[in-house]
Design a protein around this ligand. Structure first.
Ligand code: PHE
Length: 347
């Protein structure tokens, strides 16, 4: 009787184990048949009814069946684990042939690159960088640069006034004054940074950058200025372009000159193939900045002994230098932070 019951439980358990669809179902089946409260345990309780002779054989049978079921269980468990692993691997499969998510490294801003490049060229002539405040006093932005009060030359520089005494600096020339006040000649310095003017269109931005050179030494002439600028132009544009001076006026230089160089886009020819060069408007020349010999008043106001010490200075707009070199057609691009524009300049 008991023996048949055991065989019956064995058959049921075997069937349940083999058919268990998941590890959880299998475990539940194990609890149902082999657990403490399971069918097998209740059978064991009936063992007491057996006679002493019957017990050993019955015990043996129970052990065999248990072992056999454990084995079926173990087989099924291994099979299920394999299946689960396989489907998990499939679900989480990595397609190693997909392109990886691209890292998006930043790029240097063209203004930063041009500053680095220009100051690098000038450093080979012995120049080193100086900076100054963006909010300047009237004294450094104008007065010390020989702009008399109410002089019309102040109108050349559409000034943003903070108050009567302070402006957003309209050029980097105040750095010249600050340097001459603090340092003893001979001097070779580059003033660089943002400047501000109330002016905005396709070629003017209210905030832009300038870089300027100041040399103060014992015998300084226009020839030194021209030699320096010619060297600079050849190095910066990487071409043997000619440089020319046109007479001009700045209160802080005398004589003063606008600096032109042959257009780097058309190499001074004025045409590209059969097309007029748009950068230089077919003239073959392009204006790059202002320059001159430092006005004696400027030297004296800054405490430099003139004529023992003399100087020359030259200044460029940085965006303009980038525009000319790279053929950019709108100055506003520099401030729009469009990465498609900015990325083109990273080295
Ligand atoms: N500071 C002048 C300007 O912004 C440029 C300049 C610099 C001219 C140095 C002469 C010498 O217009």
């Amino acid at each position: 009787m008991l023996k048949e019951k055991i065989e019956e439980i064995r058959a049921q358990a075997e069937a349940a184990f083999k058919a268990a669809p998941s590890a959880k179902d299998l475990y539940d089946a194990k609890v149902q048949f082999l657990g403490k409260q399971g069918s097998f345990s209740s059978i064991m309780k009936e063992m007491g009814k057996l006679s002493a002779e019957e017990k050993p054989a019955f015990g043996k049978l129970v052990n065999e069946v248990k072992q056999a079921l454990e084995a079926v269980y173990a087989d099924r468990e291994t099979a299920l684990k394999g299946q689960e692993l396989a489907s998990q691997l499939q679900a989480e499969a990595l397609d190693l042939s997909l392109p990886s998510a691209t890292a998006a490294p930043g790029a240097r801003h063209p203004v930063a690159l041009v500053i680095e490049e220009i100051s690098g060229i000038l450093s080979r002539l012995g120049y080193s960088i100086r900076t100054g405040p963006l909010i300047e006093s009237d004294r450094y932005n104008f007065e010390g640069l020989n702009f008399p009060p109410d002089h019309p030359a102040r109108d050349m520089q559409d000034t943003f006034y903070i108050d009567k005494e302070h402006v957003l600096r309209t050029h980097t020339s105040p750095i010249q004054i600050r340097t001459m006040e603090l340092e003893r000649p001979p001097l070779r310095v580059v003033g660089v940074g943002p400047v501000f003017r109330a002016d905005s269109d396709i070629s003017h931005s209210p905030n832009f950058h300038q870089i300027e050179g100041l040399c103060v030494d014992r015998r300084v002439s226009m020839a030194d200025l021209k030699g320096t600028i010619s060297f600079f132009v050849r190095e910066y544009f990487g071409k043997d372009l000619k440089t020319r001076f046109r007479p001009s006026f700045f209160p802080f230089t005398e004589p003063s000159a606008e600096v032109d160089c042959q257009c780097p886009i058309c190499s001074g020819k004025g045409v590209i193939g059969s097309q007029d060069c748009r950068m230089c408007k077919a003239s073959g020349w392009i204006e790059i900045g202002g320059s001159g010999l430092v006005h004696p008043n400027v030297l004296k106001l800054a405490g430099v002994q003139y004529p023992e010490w003399q100087g020359f200075a030259f200044g460029f707009g940085i965006e303009r230098m980038a525009i000319i070199k790279y053929g950019i057609d709108d100055i506003r691009l520099f401030n729009e932070n469009d990465v498609r524009f900015l990325r083109q300049f990273s080295l």
